[in-house]
Ligand binder design. Structure first.
Ligand code: NAD
Length: 476
């Protein structure tokens, strides 16, 4: 296929949006209001580095302010451009609506290859970028709250939070200006793993329904399923690690920048991650056979494909060769709208990005609430819960002792029952509940309407319906 026929990322999002609104009965004009990006701010700033001033270009795009603050990650990559940032901001609007986090959609990006800079240089660049956005209220606890994305993590979020605090010395809620911070800077347990954990919960929920599995021609549980993952970064690593160590899947392919590893018996994800951290690539890792043309491994036979790197990797050129019957979009926009059509026609089930990778924004929501309430989740009730459980256990042991029963409560049961939930358990519980509820909302539409044949349209229908209701409530 000619590359020119491939729509851009933003066009792809619009095409998918249009497929959904064609099935809705929105008031005239509202469809256009929801689809368009409200504003995109482009900033060019100079930083003195290595004896000269270097100019950087960054963006912050606000897609929809039907709820505020607006929310969305900040990406550091050379491919960052206005089109991409706007597409990602739009996806954030739909994602937040789908998982019922009370935010509008936004996204930011800086055109930079972070691997080319020393840590202190990245700090100067990040602080200057943040300064430009903060002074325009494009970073603000009640208006616009960024988070990590490709090329950024806890470290960058801590710099942004500190920059905001320096510029707003009397704002008691300043920490809520950004999420994905390290724990000691106002972060929340479970945020780093959240997006990958959400991918795991999404697959677990999918596998609870025979009807859904059969659409993909799959049966049984996750145990033993062969999975290929692209991108062993934050999202891909955590998804692959949890699925392989907790659900018994086999990671048979890992695709990275420099090539791929394959091993039909499954790989130790931690070992590959360690090799990647040490050498910058997967080549030479003993966990699997190295394949130089990594993209070809996406076309290998497997049960589930997890693209967790970047957008557009499954496109009109390779879609026909993809064999996976189930794709879960851990990255944003990994399947172009052209490829989506080819795959759908072939019966491949795609769990769409706006749902699949919503774990990050969900736990970001918990972090924002924690920052605004200034108290760690579980702090007030954990020991009280434990002492009530202890009361029950002691009473049961006493009754058992009095009636001379030999079968006492097992030590294992007592230990687990007495363990009150701390922040990490509460975060995981809230995330699991969110992923289940959102999946159920999607599948109700997927199976409940004759004119809906795929999960992506179902997801758009649910989220656009919620955004539209929110606009209507505002009198628009
Ligand atoms: P990351 O930077 O931690 O990891 C990306 C990984 O992909 C890296 O290991 C990188 O080497 C690899 N990669 C880059 N180009 C590649 C290529 N051409 N082929 C194969 N591998 C390649 O980024 P991340 O935070 O894990 O984000 C990955 C995707 O998930 C992005 O689409 C992002 O928007 C999306 N996402 C991230 C979060 C989050 O919380 N971090 C939340 C929602 C969605």
């Amino acid at each position: 296929m000619d590359n020119h026929q491939e729509p851009s990322f933003r066009q792809s999002v619009d095409i998918m949006f249009n497929r959904a609104v064609a099935l809705m009965d929105l008031p005239p004009g509202l469809e256009e209001k929801i689809r368009v990006c409200n504003a995109t701010y482009t900033v060019r700033f100079g930083v003195r580095l290595r004896g000269q001033i270097q100019t950087f270009t960054g963006y912050r795009s606000v897609h929809s302010e039907h709820m505020e603050p607006v929310k969305g990650g900040v990406r550091y990559a050379m491919g960052v451009n206005q089109d991409e940032v706007e597409a990602l901001a739009a996806l954030m609007t739909y994602k937040c609506a789908l998982v019922e986090t009370p935010f509008g959609g936004s996204k930011g990006g800086l055109r930079i290859d972070p691997r080319e800079y020393e840590e202190y240089e990245l700090e100067m660049i990040t602080r200057r970028f943040a300064y430009e956005l903060i002074k325009r209220d494009l970073i603000n606890p009640s208006q616009n709250v960024p988070a990590p994305d490709m090329g950024t993590g806890e470290r960058e979020m801590a710099w942004i939070a500190d920059q905001f605090a320096r510029m707003n010395t009397t704002d008691i809620n300043s920490r809520a200006c950004v999420t994905g911070k390290p724990l000691n800077a106002g972060g929340i347990q479970g945020r780093v793993e959240a997006t990958g954990r959400g991918v795991q919960y999404a697959l677990q929920e999918f596998f609870r329904y025979d009807e859904d599995k059969s659409q993909a021609g799959l049966t049984g549980s996750l145990d033993g399923k062969r999975i290929i993952v692209q991108g062993l970064g934050n999202v891909g690593y955590h998804a692959a690690q949890f699925l392989s160590t907790e659900d018994g899947v086999l990671i048979t392919g890992i695709v990275e920048r420099d090539g791929a590893l394959v091993n039909e018996s499954g790989m130790n994800v931690d070992a590959v991650r360690a090799h990647l951290a040490e050498t910058g690539g997967v080549k030479g890792c003993s966990e699997g056979t190295y394949v130089a043309d990594g993209a070809l491994v996406l076309e290998n036979d497997c049960d589930i494909l997890i693209p967790a790197a970047l957008e557009g990797v499954i496109n009109m050129r390779n879609a026909a060769n993809i064999k996976a019957p189930l794709i879960i979009e851990a990255a944003n926009g990994p399947v172009t709208s052209g490829a989506d059509e080819i795959l759908r026609n072939r019966g491949c089930v795609i769990i769409p990005d706006m749902y699949a990778n919503a774990g990050g924004v969900t736990v970001s929501y918990f972090e924002w609430v924690k920052n605004l309430s200034h108290i760690r989740f579980g702090r007030m009730q954990r020991r009280q819960e434990e002492s009530r459980h202890l009361l029950l256990v002691e009473e049961l042991q006493r009754i058992a002792g009095e009636s001379g029963q030999k079968n006492k409560l097992s030590d294992d049961f007592v230990r687990k029952y007495l363990h009150g939930a701390g922040e990490l358990e509460l975060v995981r519980s809230g995330l699991d509940d969110t992923m289940r509820a959102a999946y159920q909302a999607m599948r109700e539409v997927w199976h409940g309407r004759n004119d809906v044949t795929d999960l992506r349209v179902a997801a758009y229908l649910v989220s656009i319906g919620r955004v539209a209701a929110s606009y209507r409530a505002k009198g628009l």
